[in-house]
Write a protein that binds this ligand. Structure first.
Ligand code: HEM
Length: 442
């Protein structure tokens, strides 16, 4: 089965045309050659950027010398009103301090403690489903937001403050253009639209209320043992400092954004691929029928078919399709000078479909994850969660979450395809007109 892939743009276009395409969709704004080139350089009067697909170069940027390739602030500039100084946008000592506090909350043992909250969200999602045509992206978005509220703050999305926060989030996402001109042209001041600023302010106020209530509960010794309590009470092992309330608001904002949009994209594309490949849908449903989420996290490791399907979807539709770094100093890539300040683009989207690395790169084939022949590709060219010190702290969380949500949905429902979705990406890879599937009771 070959799932939908956006058409590429012509090889040569003016900067103006590129900008217009880029605003609509960062995937189809790219030329076809990126699926077979090891590296591509883009030169414009305003910036130079290098997209790297060569595995050892990707490694150098993400893991080998990450300090020489800090995160580029230009790309996340549009998100600043919401994210403040959250771990997603900081660099250097501040970033390291934040990770030392956040990482322990996501470690394997800790994941076991929040697993029942994920299971409860999945159970509710399954129970809400009705037969007929479904807007899968809306369903997935609400389900993964519910998981975040329950694991972070021990509240279901049906609670008023969670509902309000979720709604404010959607307003922010609609108001905020990710492809901003300053992202493309260095030196241009970043101006946030009034609507974006207002939406971010409202959202931060709601998150601030949640953090303030939790601060109080911690002080009174009656706080639930969830992710928020852990993060707010964990001191940095090197400095002893804990997050202030404002810092915590920054971090919660990124947990919502990074943790719910991405997982929703993953679940949505997984359901579409399974509907389009019914034999795999049945194999996953059968495997998950023998899995009892109430028994805890331990059963997950035995679910090989499900894991292979989830990985194959992350390969074809990496929720974060591109990441941008900035060269803090000059370097040489493939005998070419990379000047200080150049933008370095890592593209899971192109790397995962690279024609010189993967066989039949555009085919949905979960069996490839068991095939010895793809071992190198899997190790060197699969980075849906990034790699190196800035690797996604929520990777294990996301895989567990996707599994329990699928288990709850496939238990009683079978999904059938309707019109094929068109992938587009702004921050995450979504479908241009949504994903519609028909749910039929098993
Ligand atoms: C399928 C789901 C997910 C995918 C594919 C994903 C992918 C990624 C990627 C690629 C990055 C690196 C971005 C960059 O360097 O520009 C990242 C960072 C991050 N992710 Fe995830 N993520 C997922 C789920 C989650 C969840 C569930 C959480 C938390 C609850 C989370 C929290 C974060 C945070 C805090 C960062 C910033 C880390 C840093 O910069 O040090 N993610 N994620």
């Amino acid at each position: 089965m070959i799932p939908p892939k956006p058409a590429s743009r012509p090889d040569r276009v003016s900067l103006w045309r590129y900008w217009r395409l880029f605003r609509q969709d960062i995937l189809s704004a790219q030329p076809e050659r990126l699926y077979h080139a090891w590296m591509a350089e883009f030169r414009t009067p305003f910036f130079r950027s290098f997209l790297v697909n060569q595995p050892d170069l990707v490694r150098r940027v993400l893991s080998g010398r990450p300090e020489a390739f800090p995160k580029s602030g230009r790309v996340t500039a549009g998100l600043r009103p919401l994210l403040g100084a959250s771990v997603f946008v900081t660099n250097g000592d501040l970033w390291a301090h934040q990770r030392r506090i956040i990482d322990p909350a996501f470690e394997g043992g800790r994941l076991r403690d929040v697993f029942p909250a994920m299971v409860a969200a999945a159970r509710d999602t399954g129970a809400r489903l009705e037969a007929g045509v479904l807007d899968i992206e809306a369903l997935a978005s609400r389900a993964t937001a519910d998981v975040i509220f329950r694991t972070l703050f021990s509240i279901p999305i049906t609670k008023r403050i969670a509902e309000d926060t979720y709604r404010a989030f959607r307003i922010f996402q609609r108001a905020q253009p990710v492809a901003t001109l300053p992202a493309l042209i260095p030196g241009l001041p970043v101006v946030h639209r009034k609507k974006t600023r207002a939406a971010a302010r409202e959202l931060r106020r709601l998150i601030g209320d949640l953090v303030a209530a939790r601060t109080e509960e911690i002080r009174e010794g009656r706080a639930p043992d969830d992710l928020a309590t852990r993060i707010m009470t964990t001191p940095d092992p090197e400095t002893g400092a804990t997050f202030s309330s404002d810092e915590m608001v920054d971090q919660v904002a990124i947990f919502f954004l990074a943790g719910h949009e991405t997982s929703a994209a993953h679940l949505g594309w997984t359901l579409w691929c399974l509907a389009a490949a019914p034999e795999w849908q049945e194999r996953v449903a059968e495997e998950l029928a023998g899995f009892d989420p109430e028994a805890g996290l331990a059963g997950l490791s035995a679910l090989k078919v499900t894991r292979n399907v989830l990985r194959e979807v992350l390969r074809l539709y990496p929720p974060v399709p591109m990441m941008v770094r900035e060269a803090a100093e000059g370097d040489v890539f493939r005998k070419r000078q990379v000047p200080k300040g150049a933008q370095i683009v890592l593209s899971p989207w192109h790397l995962h479909r690279h024609e010189r690395i993967w066989s039949e790169p555009d085919a949905f084939d979960p069996a490839r994850w068991e095939d010895e022949a793809t071992r190198t590709a899997r190790r060197e060219a699969f980075i849906p969660f990034s790699a190196g010190p800035r690797v996604c702290p929520g990777a294990g969380f996301a895989m567990a979450e996707a599994t329990v949500l699928l288990a709850a949905l496939l238990k009683e429902w079978r999904f059938e395809v309707m019109d094929p979705p068109v992938p587009v990406a702004h921050l995450t890879v979504r479908a241009r007109d949504g994903i519609r599937l028909r749910a039929v009771a098993r």
